[in-house]
Design a protein around this ligand. Sequence first.
Ligand code: AMP
Length: 425
Amino acid sequence: LKQKIQCVRGTRDILPEDMPLWHRTEQVVRDVFGCFGFSEIRTPVFENTALFERGIGASSDIVGKEMYTFIDRGERSLTLRPEGTASVVRAYLEHKMPYRDLGQARLFYLGPMFRYERPQAGRFRQFYQAGAELLGFENPEADSECVAMLYTLLLKLGFKELKVDINSVGCPACRPDFNKTLVTWLIKKKDFLSLDSQRRIDLNPLRVLDSKDSQDKEVVQTAPKPIEHLCPGCLEHFENVKRFLDKIKVPYVINPFLVRGLDYYTRTAFEILSGSLGAQNALAGGGRYDNLVGQFGSVEIPAVGFAVGMDRLIELIKSLPSVEIKKSKLVALISQGRPAFEKIFILAQQLRVKGFEVWFDTSNKKSIKNQMKQASVLDARVAVIVGEEELSKGVIALKDFSSQIQKDISCEEIELRLKEILNAN
Ligand code: AMP
């Protein structure tokens, strides 16, 4: 018996019926990021493993247990990208962008990411992210601008009630001392923490603060928090980020437990959550990473960025009351008999070259009734019908599916009449 081959666990097909929503969402991403002056960059989906080991950090869950790493036929260790920032920074350095425009760059990306995580609702092993990186600015306006861009994107997509969580995780000047304070506190509470969190005390103590485990969450309520231990520089930065967000009316809440666990993450961390996503409720996350670029090259360049999970975003958009999917522009050509079929075959080519979206039944074996039924299943907006009668009269029948009005027109009028129907609301 032949074994059935299905898509790999944690992956899925995004089917044609979902594509209009994906395209629309991706277009809004490109438009909004474009309005903020960001340019798109496409990096490869696989990179040298070392890039992620250095760029994400060996102590992270991603590098520790979630990477799709393989040896290629040339014995190189390669990894399917688990996130976008490391690749963008690599490309930024590889193309010597730091030496243009004083090191400033505004880059964004859209594409698939791969993580070996336990699949569940809203969590896949291949998922899609849209992300942006603002490189070359250390001032708090840059952080606020990134948060504002993310917020604007969500507004444009029709979200109304989302709040941004923000926090500051300090910098190399204040974090080592804070880490010591935190570790001392965590050791005292060790027995009350989950095994994962116990392990993190040595490996990555800050991450214990944002544990998703319900008991951990209760324990850390009274833990020391980074915002209570910021150095004057970090405190001023954080105050300004908040001030600029207030000025441009981006609502936020301070979440002292929000962290980005790695050393090169500095100062601002932010996240957008949605209640309706359940346990996997993070829609987007980002923050400042002033010490990452230096991991790859000789220059240290401050940066801030974020990534939005497109799969989760699109699931949520589906539940919004106001989703307005583009109206169909499909023109169905319907024919009866061989001469009429040849006529619409030629007409289809003429219209497609002009940019019309055209469907006709290639088999030429179905009745007019049957073809009309299929056109309606395909959500056609208008039907162009050439039956024997129309052929003998030298006309074409045009049926507008929205108004259900059908009328005969001459062949010369067709493009004009189609445009009238398709462009009407
Ligand atoms: P991160 O790069 O971990 O900060 O993730 C940024 C966003 O990507 C998250 O807020 C999620 O919306 C999304 N995301 C991360 N991992 C997954 C996954 N395995 N499946 C679906 N979406 C994900």
